[in-house]
Write a protein that binds this ligand. Structure first.
Ligand SMILES: CC(C)(COP(=O)(O)OP(=O)(O)OC[C@H]1O[C@@H](n2cnc3c(N)ncnc32)[C@H](O)[C@@H]1OP(=O)(O)O)[C@@H](O)C(=O)NCCC(=O)NCCSC(=O)C1=CCCCC1=O
Length: 379
């Protein structure tokens, strides 16, 4: 086990108590498990009570999770569940770019592509990770420090609450990169947003701004993160100063364009990201949880989780099997294209694929290779 590091800021448990954790001592980095003193609403630390911070620590790859990290997340949630002195879990990512952008595409392309039986085993772990979040004995707050994309969005939506910095973006990537967002998104999105917006968010791979996610009920709260000349400003890239356009359509949270966008980029260049307000908001939410009856709160969230859990449990085994076999065809092509392509050109040739399939072409190695960015570049 390589993926988890633990920081203990608490006193050791009394020796007479049994330890129900699966592991006593976690290994090296990948996921950080840390207990931080919980705070009262006026910010005072409370002796002996903690929030468990679980941090995906792979910032160079936008906190995408490797297989080892998935295992570590499961163990970290179990540790937090079992800790008698933990009030709430804060699930976050390292840095300010990404909470998580899902499965590690390098590992997908270089190990799982073309290897369905291995990916089936991986998906057992992935499913256990989502179930560990949904079944956590403590309330789970997703602290969205940056992008929440693909499987990152799925594990984020499995959490009970989400507080986001407003430069974060939310959405799926699977249908562009060779997967279906059936690691939770197709279960949670209709419950959280209704069917129509679930369809838009789940299928089109067009990330939403944090303001839009907030407006549509995907997240609990949003805070500014960009500081220009020492003052917080709203995400300059999206419209936040008006609600409707001249035709009465909602534009709040939609991306800016044209001259407005050019001006926004200038503002962005002058700013620095500071997540202090995000941390304050997360602490404030945990403080609200602190001032409730623990069992009544737990029972309440267990009931309120049910629509998500019921949908998830109904589909997760079939989804696992489908995703495994898909590693022979579309995922094999899509994740390789992302991994092998350049930032400007990392998707397969969708038109060529559809034309080939329309002509009855089987999924041979030749077909896969012909769809890769490098094959297109040579044409
Ligand atoms: C849209 C992006 C999230 C961000 O794009 P951009 O802002 O242009 O940043 P990049 O330059 O692309 O990213 C910075 C570096 O991070 C690396 N990166 C980003 N995401 C991943 C990842 N998921 N795995 C590995 N590495 C990643 C990126 O390569 C850059 O590194 P470099 O060395 O080149 O500087 C965009 O990055 C993006 O689309 N990422 C991939 C998203 C994705 O496809 N995720 C997997 C979805 S599928 C999934 O998660 C599943 C979960 C369980 C069920 C089945 C399933 O498929």
């Amino acid at each position: 086990m390589t993926a988890i590091a633990t920081t203990h800021r608490d006193a050791a448990a009394a020796p007479a108590l049994k330890d129900h954790n699966l592991v006593a001592d976690f290994g090296t980095p990948g996921v950080i498990y840390e207990k931080r003193l919980v705070r009262t609403p006026d910010g005072k630390p409370v002796p002996g009570l903690f929030n468990a911070w679980i941090t995906l620590n792979n910032p160079a790859q936008f906190n995408s999770y490797t297989t080892d990290m998935v295992k570590a997340v499961i163990l970290a949630f179990r540790a937090a569940s079992n800790a008698r002195d933990v009030v709430a879990v804060v699930f976050t990512g390292a840095g300010d770019k990404a909470f998580c952008t899902g499965g590690n595409t390098k590992e997908y392309a270089e190990y799982y592509a073309g290897n369905p039986q291995e990916y089936r085993q991986y998906m057992r772990l992935f499913n256990d990770m989502v179930s560990a979040i949904l079944g956590c004995d403590k309330p789970v707050v997703c602290r969205v420090n940056g992008m929440r994309i693909g499987g990152g969005q799925e594990i984020g939506m499995a959490c009970d609450f989400t507080v986001a910095q407003d430069m974060a973006r939310f959405g799926q990537a699977g249908p562009k990169h060779g997967s279906a967002p059936i690691g939770g998104a197709t279960d949670f999105l209709p419950v959280m947003l209704g069917c129509e917006m679930a369809m838009v968010s789940g299928s089109l791979c067009e990330p939403w701004s944090a303001h839009k996610a907030y407006r549509l009920g995907m997240i609990t709260d949003v805070v500014p993160a960009l500081k220009v000349d020492g003052k917080y400003v709203a995400n300059p890239l999206v419209i936040t100063d008006r609600y409707l356009d001249e035709y009465g359509r909602i534009v709040h949270g939609e991306p800016k364009s044209g001259e407005e966008l050019a001006a926004a980029k200038d503002v962005l260049k002058k700013g620095v990201v500071d997540l202090s307000l995000l941390d304050e908001k997360v602490e404030a939410l945990c403080a609200k949880i602190l001032l409730t009856f623990p069992d009544c709160f737990t029972k309440t969230i267990e009931e309120l989780r049910k629509p998500k859990i019921d949908a998830w449990n109904a589909n997760k085994e079939n989804s696992r099997a489908w995703l495994a076999l898909n590693m022979m065809t579309e995922a094999r092509a899509g994740f390789r294209a992302f991994n092998e392509g350049t930032k400007e050109d990392r998707e397969i040739d969708f038109v060529a694929l559809r034309q080939a399939l329309a002509a009855g072409t089987p999924w041979t190695d030749e077909l896969t290779e012909s769809l890769m960015p490098k094959a297109r570049a040579g044409r």
